[in-house]
Design a protein around this ligand. Structure first.
Ligand SMILES: Cc1ncc(C[n+]2csc(CCOP(=O)(O)OP(=O)(O)O)c2C)c(N)n1
Ligand code: SF4
Length: 294
């Protein structure tokens, strides 16, 4: 959790893998790089074992490259397809027991605050919809209700991908899945509404088709969590394998859902907005409306 740990002892330079040397020479640590700079720096994740066309992988790449301070960030994951990425990630991360991710993140954040009272240490949860909105929903909600200063990112592929396609609370009403043959019997859980009610001060909902916005939302969420309180992002990440669609069609699906029922939504409290405007992360609302019209 310090830039110093990325430095190589000169005596070992000749035996370090090229990947590591590249990371030290051209990585994003301490540089304020973001998703818009992709291709111009050595990324913190390059190889991963996820399926071709997995939208989770696409979201992951943008999110990781948009962390405001990767050298001072810990990612907390949970069991699921996304957790397969973690061994490939050149950043501090914790794999928590399925569903416990927001409880683990809470302890971690509090411990880091005690250990480093004068530094910003960002804790970001990244987990699937089964982990976030079903089995871990009590941990998720209670961390929000307690006002923990962490960011929760939910990869919403609307099913349990890693175990073969069971329905989750986030599956749409009536939908049939590989291991849910009779169709979903209740509505998709409105997690963003729960997040607002439970005290999240910044809440965003978007699809992988909103590529440019994913990185911006993550930066907003992390900056606000640092100073004010819990923040939450829900990203639609269709799973080509369980939907049995071609990899390229999963991107088309992510775009279609933006039009149908997964339009970009962003909510923030007045305090969160003030902080983001003051830090230059967003424009003041009036100015933004004019820029959107132009
Ligand atoms: C305590 C515990 N319960 C259940 C499981 C089995 N399990 C592993 S992955 C998974 C589903 C994950 O679904 P989700 O969180 O939606 O992530 P995805 O795989 O879709 O990315 C389940 C139920 C487990 N590993 N540990
Ligand atoms: S099963 Fe689905 S969510 Fe899991 S890696 Fe493959 S495409 Fe991604």
């Amino acid at each position: 959790m310090s830039l110093a740990i990325t430095k190589i002892n000169p005596a070992f330079t000749d035996v370090m893998p090229q990947e590591y040397l590249d990371l030290v020479a051209d990585g994003p640590f301490g540089t304020n790089k973001s998703a818009k700079d992709l291709g111009l720096f050595k990324e913190l994740i390059e190889d991963h074992p996820l399926c071709a066309g997995c939208n989770l992988a696409m979201a992951f790449r943008t999110l990781i490259s948009s962390l405001p301070a990767p050298e001072d960030t810990v990612i907390v994951g949970s069991t699921g397809c996304n957790s397969l990425v973690f061994p490939q990630l050149a950043i501090h991360n914790v794999h928590s027991l399925f569903g416990n991710q927001n409880a683990v993140a809470t302890g971690l954040k509090r411990g880091l605050k005690l250990r480093f009272p004068d530094k910003n240490k960002d804790v970001v949860v990244m987990a699937g919809d089964g982990a976030t909105a079903d089995i871990g929903f009590d941990m998720t909600l209670h961390s929000w209700i307690r006002g923990e200063k962490i960011t929760t990112v939910m990869f919403d592929n609307e099913l349990y991908a890693n175990t073969g396609g069971q329905e989750s609370g986030m599956t749409q009403f009536g939908t049939v899945r590989n291991m849910a043959p009779t169709g979903k019997k209740f509505q998709k859980i409105q997690v963003t509404e729960f997040a607002k009610l439970a005290g999240c001060v910044y809440v965003a909902k978007l699809s992988t088709a909103n590529t440019a916005k994913i990185g911006q939302c993550l930066r907003n969420a992390v900056l606000v969590a640092r100073e004010i309180g819990p923040t939450s992002i829900q990203i639609y990440t269709p799973c080509s394998t369980n939907l049995k669609i071609k990899p390229a069609d999963s991107v088309a699906l992510a775009k279609k859902r933006v039009k149908d029922d997964y339009a970009f939504e962003e909510y923030m409290t007045a305090e969160a907005e003030q902080l983001l405007v003051a830090s230059g992360a967003i424009k003041p609302k009036k100015q933004k409306d004019q820029a959107d019209k132009a």
